[in-house]
Design a protein around this ligand. Structure first.
Ligand code: NAP
Length: 408
């Protein structure tokens, strides 16, 4: 064992291999980014110290993106930032503001595309004591695998009245006979076999590794047959081809096991999106891992976050083959910049996902415990204090201190 900082590597089979002193690049983020970063990094270092003594430690390496990069390097996403992240395999970031009219659609979208981070993983798990609009939020324990690079989000669209929109309308008339109103804007939705299969593969692997009992394919395939309907078909196909022993469909459970699922298999099921929005409210305990196309995933994961305490506590991981980027779901909340006020939990929990990805599960557990204990003590930031009677409102940095105290 060496205590020199080292890079995370991949094994021949593609598994992440973290040294005991890994170098991890980070982007502090814009707006509230510096406040939540300062609180979170102290919590992570304390949790790693508590879990492993001095045997493991992270060497944080700042890389620039967003406003700080533009101010220092005149580039929103300098090439050296991407090079460093590629070299180190993973990174963690705060929120970035979207430069308006600067020739770059979104820094987050650019990062996901550059690193081919095709799965956006968003867990929704309840912390006792949090306000919730539902009666039994403790039953919500779901992880959404949202496809991150296809569907309506690729930005292939033409504004109403442009020659391109007009040509698209003519083309559609020519090949389908359907006449669209000439004053239509046009957008393209695409979902591929390969894109679907790599996402569903990740979701099933996750279910197996975490001993989850089901993977639900959520889609609107009854209407959009060749995109979302195909997503459903390809999802089942992938399970059958690559995980024949480990998975079983709902139909097979009824036909062969009298409706009682065998303990050792992951059930593959599917739900139409509108019905699923009801299901997660009415029968959340029946769902654990969800795999879904980009647009539905966007809506569904925010709805789930609302059931378990809101955006201030919602982390995410963007994962590809060999690369990963962890971040809170919320944005830069510019009106709170520099006030040491907002909730750093989403970033702290994004760190929890990162440590799990490295195989440092002890750290992840400590982070969850620390946040749970602090919330149970009703010591919370403004966003929760305004909803929890009798709560003591803490600043962002004070909340970080309280979590550190509660890491035991
Ligand atoms: P936002 O920054 O997420 O903020 C919306 C509201 O959510 C805030 O006003 C605040 O609500 C609450 N909130 C967000 N983060 C919080 C935290 N850590 N603790 C407590 N409350 C929190 O959304 P936005 O105002 O729509 O977006 C602002 C900028 O962020 C835009 O430039 C957008 O493009 C960017 N953005 C970046 C990312 C990313 O980097 N991944 C994601 C989303 C948006 P209250 O006002 O009710 O207190």
């Amino acid at each position: 064992m060496t205590n020199q900082p080292g890079k995370i590597t991949l094994s021949a089979s593609g598994k992440i291999q973290a040294p005991d002193y890994p170098i991890i690049p980070y982007v502090e983020g814009d707006g509230i980014g510096p406040d939540i970063w300062a609180a979170a990094v102290r919590v992570w270092d304390a949790a790693v110290g508590r879990a492993y003594g001095g045997q493991r430690k992270v060497f944080w390496q700042e890389v620039l993106a967003g406003e700080k990069a533009f101010a220092q390097k005149n580039a929103w996403l300098p090439p050296e930032t991407l090079d460093t992240i590629r070299d180190c395999r993973i990174a963690i970031k705060g929120p970035l503001s979207t430069p308006v009219g600067k020739g770059i659609r979104s820094l987050n979208v650019a990062l996901r595309h550059e690193l081919q981070l095709y799965a956006c993983i968003r867990p929704s798990r309840y912390f006792h004591g949090l306000p919730s609009p539902v009666k039994e939020p403790e039953k919500v324990d779901m992880v959404v695998f949202r496809e991150n690079m296809e569907d309506l989000y690729t930005g292939i669209e033409w504004q109403e009245g442009t020659p391109e929109a007009s040509r698209a309308i003519s083309f559609i008339k020519e090949i389908t006979g359907k006449i669209l109103p000439p004053d239509s804007g046009i957008g393209i939705k695409h979902i591929s076999r390969s894109g679907t299969k790599r996402l569903v593969r990740k979701a099933i692997e996750y279910a197996l590794e975490h001993k989850k009992d089901s993977v639900t394919l959520v889609h609107k395939g009854n209407i959009m047959k060749f995109t979302e309907g195909a997503f459903r078909l390809w999802g089942y196909e992938l399970a059958r081809e690559e995980f024949p022993e480990a998975t079983i469909t709902e139909e097979e459970v009824s036909a062969r096991y009298g409706g009682k699922p065998p303990q050792d298999k992951v059930i593959i099921k599917d739900r139409i999106a509108d019905a699923m929005f009801q299901q997660v409210l009415l029968r959340p305990e029946e769902y654990s891992v969800i795999a879904t196309p980009n647009l539905i995933g966007d809506y569904l994961s925010d709805a789930l976050a609302a059931q378990v305490g809101g955006l201030g506590l919602a982390p995410s991981a963007n994962i590809g083959d060999g690369y990963a980027l962890f971040e809170p779901i919320h944005g830069t909340a510019p009106k709170y910049s520099g006030q040491d006020k907002v909730n750093p939990s989403a970033l702290i929990l994004a760190g929890g996902m990162m440590f799990e990805h490295l195989g440092w599960k002890e750290v992840t557990e400590l982070l969850y415990k620390g946040i749970q204990k602090t919330i149970s003590q009703k010591r919370v930031t403004y966003d929760l204090a305004r909803q929890i009677p009798g709560a003591v409102e803490l600043k962002c940095s004070e909340f970080g201190n309280a979590v550190i105290e509660n890491l035991a």
